[in-house]
Design a protein around this ligand. Structure first.
Ligand code: SAM
Length: 246
C-alpha cells in the first residue's frame, strides 16, 4: 500500500477516537502551548487534532517514508525518524507522551511505555489512546465471524499482539506510572451505508490479502455487503485506553 493510502486508513481510525482523545486531554487539563510527543505517529494523521486542542505536536516513527509524508503534509510539526525503544530526547522533555494503535505492533511494549515515561516531564502524563483486544472481538452474523477469524489470523501473522488491550492497565502500572486510569472506547452503530461498508472493507481486504484467492475474497465481499446493507452486521473490537501520571 502507498503511504497516501496508509494516511487515509489512519485518518479513518482517527475519526473513531476523535471524541475520546478530546475527552482525555480535557480531563487531564491540557493547556494551550503544552507539548505532546506521539510515538509511532505514522503519517501525522492526528497532528491537526492536537493543534485544535492548542497543543504543540512532535512525532517519532521508525518508517522513513511516513516521516517524510508527515513533514510534507504538516511542515510545522517536527518529526523524527527513530525507534520508540530509544527515543532521541532528554529526560523530562514533553508535557504529554502519547500513542495510538501502536503498542499492539511491538514485541516488548512495556519497554516503550517506560521510554515514554522517561521523556515525559515530572507531573506530565503518558497516554495510550487506542489499543485493541482482537482476541475478544464480537462479530455477527456468522459470515462476519469467519471474516473476523481470518483477519485475526492475518494480523497475528503480521506480528500484532491480539491481546494487547487487556494488558494495557497492568503495563502502565508496572512501568511505575501513578493514578493509572484504564477505559474502553464505546461502540455506536449508525444506519448502515455503502460508504461505511467500503471504508471498512478496504481494511478487511488488505488484511485478507493472501489468506484466500482473489475470486473468493470478491465473493465474500458481495455477501458481506448484502448483509451489511440489510443492517445485520455488528462488529465490535474492544479498544482500551489508559493514562498515567509521573
Ligand atoms: C498503526 S500505525 C499508527 C500511526 C499513528 N499512530 C496513527 O494512529 O495515525 C503504527 C505506526 O508505528 C510505527 N512503528 C512501529 N514500530 C515502531 C518503533 N519501534 N518505533 C517507532 N515507530 C514504530 C509504524 O511505522 C507505524 O507508522
Amino acid at each position: 500500500m502507498k503511504t497516501a493510502d496508509w494516511h487515509n486508513r489512519y485518518l479513518m481510525q482517527a475519526r473513531w477516537t476523535k471524541n475520546l482523545r478530546r475527552f482525555i486531554f480535557d480531563k487531564l487539563k491540557a493547556a494551550p502551548g503544552q507539548t505532546v510527543l506521539e510515538v509511532g505517529s505514522g503519517t501525522g494523521a492526528l497532528f491537526p487534532d492536537f493543534e485544535y486542542q492548542g497543543l504543540r505536536p512532535f512525532g517519532v516513527d521508525i518508517d522513513l517514508q511516513r516521516c517524510e509524508f508527515s513533514m510534507s503534509n504538516s511542515p510545522d510539526n517536527p518529526m523524527v525518524n527513530a525507534d520508540g525503544f530509544r527515543l532521541p530526547f532528554k529526560n523530562g522533555s514533553f508535557d504529554f507522551t502519547f500513542c495510538h494503535y501502536f503498542l499492539l505492533w511491538l514485541k516488548n511494549p512495556q519497554e516503550v511505555i517506560k521510554e515514554m515515561k522517561r521523556v515525559t516531564k515530572p507531573g506530565g502524563y503518558v497516554i495510550a489512546a487506542a489499543e485493541p483486544d482482537y482476541q475478544s472481538r464480537i462479530d455477527y452474523p456468522e459470515l462476519f465471524q469467519n471474516i473476523g477469524n481470518m483477519q485475526n489470523h492475518s494480523l497475528s501473522f503480521q506480528g500484532v499482539n491480539l491481546t494487547m488491550g487487556r494488558k494495557l492497565g497492568w503495563m502502565f502500572r508496572e512501568a511505575g506510572l501513578q493514578g493509572v486510569h484504564l477505559g474502553l472506547l464505546a461502540g455506536e452503530w449508525r444506519q448502515p451505508s455503502l460508504d461505511a461498508f467500503e471504508a471498512e472493507w478496504d481494511m478487511i481486504a488488505y488484511d485478507l490479502g493472501g489468506m484466500a484467492p482473489i475470486e473468493r475474497i470478491l465473493e465474500i465481499k458481495e455477501e458481506a455487503m448484502q448483509s451489511w446493507l440489510k443492517g445485520q452486521a455488528t462488529i465490535f473490537i474492544p479498544t482500551f485506553y489508559a493514562h498515567g501520571k509521573l
